[in-house]
Each structure stands twice: as C-alpha cells, then as structure tokens.
Design a protein. Structure first.
Length: 202
C-alpha cells in the first residue's frame, strides 16, 4: 500500500526550493503518494513564533544568506540568494498550484511547484505577476485557464484551509513533511524522510 506524505510548503520558500526536487525523487522512488499542501507562511509564523524575514535581527538575516549559499553549493543547485523579485506575495502562485492539483493531478502540481520555485530562486522572475504565471503554465504544458480558475473563491477557501490545517498540526515552518502524523521539518531532514519511507515499506 502506498505511503502518503503531506507536503506543507510555500512557493517562495528558499528551503522548499532547495529540497523540492530531492523530495520528489525520494517520494517517487518509494512509490509514495504526495499530497500537496501550499500554505500561507506569514499566517503560520503569526501563531508559531516565527518572524517574517524583514523583522528578524540582522545577525539572523546574515546567517540565513550564508546557509543558503552553503546548501546551494553543497547540493549543486543554482541559486540567487537575494533574488530581484523577493520578497513577493506568494498567494497567486499557491492558489495556482491548488487549481492545477485539482484539475491535472499531483504530478502536474509537483512539476508546477518546481517551476515556480526555480522562477524565484534561479530565474529571478515575479511569481505575483499574471503574465509570468501564464508563461510558466505554458512552459509546463498546462492550460492557461488554470490561472483564472485559481482566482475563484473555493480555491481561496482551500488555501485558507491548508493554512489552518498546518496551524492545527502545530507546524511552524516550510517545507514540512508529515508521514503518519510524524513531522519532518526542513529540507535538511529529507534523509530522515527517506529512512521513514524505507522502514514503512520494508
């Protein structure tokens, strides 16, 4: 029976970017089912003690950049650690992922998520811009109509419900991976995700 991984993330998170393709490969190799749960990180931070980047002390901001460079080099992933289009409102992109997931399935939504993350952290594109989002849909072979669908009320309600689900589960950051109620926080915990899936599947 396929294992299920609840994947809580935000499409502007650099740590989600650094882990996304590895996570997708781990899940695929394990034959696991991924449930994508895009969330509003700012709302999550507000109830979990986290701070938006601009409100963090200078020493924490500086160390974040250092760690992003380290992980980028370690993983061999291209990354602009201070991209031109950041910070950027993530909500249109998050809702678009939900719309694609509903219409085209989880595999398509995972591909779109990867493309949106690369758009921010590799390509320095504005994922709050409709023209950019339409272009990314086209690049991924997805219907441009998904963007108008993402603006509908039920998609917004799902986005809010995703965020509330993260709050109710006592999550506090992204990416977070949950397997059978067990939380693994951060792309640097993917080894533990892989081990958990191997044990479960043994």
């Amino acid at each position: 029976m396929s294992r299920v991984i609840d994947y809580f993330f935000a499409p502007i998170s650099p740590w989600t970017y650094l882990g996304h393709e590895r996570f997708a490969a781990i899940a695929r190799d394990a034959g696991a089912t991924v449930r994508l749960v895009p969330i509003d990180l700012i709302k999550l931070f507000a109830v979990s003690g986290g701070l938006p980047l601009a409100q963090r002390p200078p020493q924490r901001q500086a160390y974040r950049l250092l760690e992003l460079r380290r992980f980028s080099q370690h993983l061999g992933l291209p990354m602009n650690v201070e991209p031109a289009c950041f910070p950027v409102a993530p909500h249109k992109a998050a809702r678009l992922i939900i719309a694609v997931d509903q219409a085209d399935g989880a595999d398509a939504a995972m591909r779109l998520t990867g493309a949106l993350l690369r758009a921010v952290w590799e390509q320095q594109r504005d994922i709050a811009d409709d023209v950019t989002l339409t272009a990314i849909l086209t690049e991924q072979g997805l219907a441009a109509e998904r963007l108008s669908r993402s603006a509908e009320d039920d998609i917004g309600a799902q986005y809010d419900a995703n965020t509330q689900r993260a709050i109710d589960a006592s999550l506090f950051g992204a990416p977070s991976y949950v397997i059978d109620g067990e939380l693994f926080w951060g792309q640097d915990r993917l080894d533990f995700v892989q081990r958990a899936l191997a044990v479960d599947g043994a």
